[in-house]
Design a binder for this molecule. Structure first.
Ligand code: UT7
Length: 347
């Protein structure tokens, strides 16, 4: 991301919020729907369970819960927001943007509301957009949210078992207004030549929904060439990590925590191995939440902070890869541990 003229101090993530649905679904529960096993899912992905939205939950309601938690943690009035950005590949509806429903629900009456469709790396890429607006003085609320359970083919065992629902929100403010996780560097890349490798091709204007397609039950099909995705995720997450570090003028030795997109434990382990970083410095909660797409880094940051893992002066590296193909990474410097609140759906 280029830096706008006239602003030097990077913007900060001043607070974070997270929300997940109360309904827990274990690997064994998946056996009711497809021919699979806990052993297969656990050994291939590290996933043990995921959260699944209920009938009364949707992308906008989950994003709103995370947004409310974030603003409450910051004690930040919603009418001061200038932007509400929702990063999602599972929008509330075709139109209008999911962010419009969130804006109304939280009363962000002075904000522009926009969605970003950036795959699993959308949250980090959108953080770059949020940061560039905040540098210019605009308070931004960025929410990564996915409800893949309502947008996937439950009869396809090769994809359905990988995902979970959730939302993570970040309040991004000008550096002069707050402390928190300062966005020291950020890189984001896309290679659209691999756009057909991972995605959800039906229901758009290229492949519109027809009665025949809906009757086939495959209108929610997710296309994924798993092993190709795996290899590219490892290569590009590694590259992105080094690129963000170089831009920050830091090395891996300066990084206290890597907080990656929670795609799959084997991908996280392979990235850690390539970076020659101990797995204990790579935050993982994929076992409990599965792959929550653009929500995963926000959720992981909230959880890591609630567990007391972050300290002032530390550097974090976030890194993500997803459909597009797209990948992104950022170095965040903790000038103060930001306040966080979460609705883990347990109370
Ligand atoms: O943000 C990016 C999102 N995507 C990813 O992160 C996915 C990256 N890819 C991967 O993590 C792995 O490729 C998977 C976990 C998706 C699959 O693991 P794999 O070792 O690459 O398995 P595979 O696709 O080669 O399938 C091996 C076998 C196949 O059976 P046959 O043809 O050998 O008889 C599949 O049909 O495993 C079968 N299989 C399953 N078996 C039980 C596929 N899904 C399942 C399942 N349960 N859920």
């Amino acid at each position: 991301m280029s830096e706008p003229a006239g602003s030097s101090a990077p913007a900060v993530i001043a607070a974070l919020g997270a929300a997940v649905p109360p309904r827990r679904m274990t690997n064994a529960d998946w056996g009711q729907y497809v021919h699979t096993s806990d052993e297969w899912i656990r050994s291939r992905t590290g996933i043990e369970e995921r959260r699944v939205a209920g009938d009364d939950e949707s992308t906008a309601t989950l994003a709103t819960r995370a947004a409310e938690r974030c603003l409450a943690a910051a004690r930040f009035p919603s009418d001061r927001l200038r932007w509400v950005l929702v990063s999602t590949d599972t929008p509330e509806m075709w139109n209008p943007a999911t962010a419009c429903f969130v804006q109304a629900a939280i009363g962000a009456v002075n904000a522009v509301a926009l969605d970003i469709t950036g795959g699993c790396s959308g949250f980090v890429a959108a953080l770059g957009l949020a940061e560039s607006r905040a540098r210019l003085g605009d308070p931004v609320l960025l929410i990564g949210c996915e409800v893949l359970s309502k947008a996937m083919d439950w009869s396809d065992r090769s994809t359905a078992v990988l995902f979970g629902d959730g939302a993570g929100a970040a309040l991004v403010l000008p550096a002069g207004d707050a402390q928190g996780l300062s966005v020291t560097s950020l890189i984001a890349r896309t290679d659209g030549r691999d756009a057909d490798i991972l995605g959800k091709p039906y229901g758009g204007t290229k492949n519109p929904l027809t009665p025949e397609l809906v009757a086939s039950g495959h209108h929610h099909q997710i296309v994924m060439h798993g092993q190709y995705v795996f290899r590219n995720a490892v290569v590009h997450m590694t590259e992105a990590a080094y690129a963000a570090l170089a831009r920050a003028g830091l090395t891996l030795g300066d990084i206290d925590w890597i907080v990656p997109h929670q795609a799959n434990q084997r991908i996280l382990d392979a990235v850690a191995e390539r970076l020659k970083v101990e797995a204990t410095r790579v935050y993982s909660n994929v076992a409990r939440f599965a792959n929550t797409g653009s929500a995963s880094i926000g959720i992981a940051l909230v959880e890591a902070i609630q567990r007391g893992l972050l300290e002032r002066g530390q550097h974090l590296l976030t890194v993500a890869f997803g459909s597009g193909f797209s990948w992104a990474a950022s170095v965040l410097t903790c000038t103060a541990v930001p306040p966080v609140e979460a609705d883990w759906g347990t109370g």
